[in-house]
Design a protein around this ligand. Structure first.
Ligand code: GTP
Ligand code: MG
Length: 431
């Protein structure tokens, strides 16, 4: 990948150089204002724009973003009803969920498939009304298949949409590129900058900082946050961590348990749900022993209820589960039997920030067979494209509870905050 940095007077100048050196497909990775060092302590130095651009479409390589631990955005996170709130709300309305920017060419290609699907649906309807004995299970399976096909078509359509860059003032175009580069879906990035353009004065748009803050505030309103265990209303805090294999569930259980004991001085019990029957609870068992927490392994719902009842003197109960592939319907079914009802347990879906957008979508849809109260994103330290966290939050509207940023127990965990997430995407603190 080819990375180049330029110091220029304005963005137009930078774009000229970037096009010349890196070609028309180059992307702007970051921009910041710098002072040329001249005069005493650089005091009289001219303010220049430093632009870094990359000529590669391999986002993974290019976005070597670090994880800034700052909360610089807090100063901007007012809670009053602002125009950003209204904009964020329009952004979240269901009608926008299905907005697809599909080219005419793609639409033409999709038409016969859509017709075919429509035909199948009609035939299914006929079949079920004609035959009262038609197996409900088969019917359900077929409907499910249809749903999957429709979803795939949706993905295909969004992938094949080839859109021209929006015609925007420089600062908005820059932000648009930056967000896209960080993995925020094109249509979300586009919508954000267009909303900003509609709602900002031309004078404000001339300031890159203003534009960035305006968009940051919109994004902060869009992202839903819950302060994890601390937001649970019940006197006894019970949380279960669900999710695919290897995302960091057990490590996060250990971090949460440590926090409950060390920071909040609470009495903690740990439970491991072993649906795989592979006795993989060893890791968490020895951890429980180390931190002197009560510990049980359970196999099914009755078992779990009995153990929870026996822990009524404990302040917090944290439940670890076996990793469950979203493709393993049998195991998902067993899991659903246990965590089906909305009740005293807060179900947190654990996702790795390093996963691909489509995989995260599939996992969330499949785990959606259980009530999901919040999402925990792990491995932020290993991720380079934070846009997918936003794509997920916008698509599924699930509140985020925790972020984990490393392997170390107990320290590598944070209660999710919208300031932090927006900072990851826009690098506010680095400018
Ligand atoms: N870099 C990084 N690694 C992490 C983080 N959280 C967990 N890990 C690592 O990810 C690996 C898997 O973690 P586990 O906690 O065993 O994952 P799990 O979801 O319980 O896995 P299964 O129970 O097998 O499904 C381990 O090597 C952890 O140290 C994190 O925030 N950052
Ligand atoms: Mg585990």
């Amino acid at each position: 990948m080819n990375l180049k940095r330029y110091r220029v007077n304005n963005i137009k100048e930078a774009l000229k150089f970037i096009k010349r050196d890196l070609g028309p497909d180059a992307m702007i990775v970051s921009t910041r204002q710098v002072k040329e060092s001249s005069g005493a302590f650089g005091m009289f130095g001219k303010t220049m724009l430093e632009v870094t651009a990359a000529a590669s479409d391999k986002k993974k390589d290019a976005a070597q973003a670090n994880v800034p631990a700052t909360k610089a955005l807090e100063t901007y996170s007012g809670t009053t009803e602002t125009s950003e709130t209204a904009l964020a709300n329009t952004f979240l309305t269901p009608k926008n969920k299905s907005v697809l920017s599909v080219t005419d060419e793609t639409r033409k290609m999709m038409l016969p498939i859509q017709k075919e699907l429509h035909g199948i649906r009609l035939s299914l309807g006929d079949l079920s009304s004609q035959s009262s004995g038609f197996d409900k299970h088969v019917m359900g399976e077929l409907k499910h298949e249809l749903g999957e096909m429709r979803h795939m078509l949706h993905i295909l359509a969004s992938r094949s949409s080839t859109l021209a860059e929006p015609d925007l003032p420089e600062n908005l175009l820059l932000l648009y590129q930056q967000m896209k580069f960080s993995g925020l879906e094109e249509r979300f990035s586009r919508r954000l900058v267009l909303e900003a353009q509609r709602n900002m004065t031309a004078e404000d748009i001339d300031s890159f900082a203003y534009v960035k803050i305006f968009i940051a505030r919109m994004l902060m309103k869009i992202i839903k946050i819950t302060r994890g265990l601390e937001d649970l209303k019940s006197s006894q805090k019970i949380v279960a961590l669900l999710g695919p294999t290897g995302v960091g569930k057990t490590t996060t259980v250990a971090k949460l348990a440590s926090e409950q004991i060390l920071k909040y001085k609470r009495k903690v019990a740990l439970i491991s749900v072993d649906t795989n029957h592979n006795s993989a609870a060893g890791q968490i068992r020895s951890f429980a022993k180390k931190i002197k927490a009560a510990f049980s392994v359970v196999k099914d719902k009755a078992d779990l209820n009995r153990v929870i009842d026996s822990y009524k003197d404990y302040d917090s109960i944290i439940i670890d589960t076996d990793g469950c592939s979203q493709r393993n319907d049998k195991q998902l079914f067993e899991m659903r039997e246990i965590f089906d009802k909305r009740g005293r347990i807060h179900n947190a879906l654990v996702l790795s920030a390093t996963s691909k957008d489509n995989d995260m979508n599939e996992v969330t849809r499949k785990f959606g067979c259980m009530p999901i109260d919040s999402v925990i994103f792990t491995k932020l330290d290993e991720s380079t494209a934070y846009g997918s966290l936003f794509n997920h939050a916008i698509r599924f509207k699930k509140p985020l509870s925790y972020l984990t940023v490393g392997q170390k127990v107990p320290e590598d965990i944070e209660v999710a905050s919208s300031e932090r997430l927006v900072d990851l995407l826009l690098n506010i603190s680095g400018t």
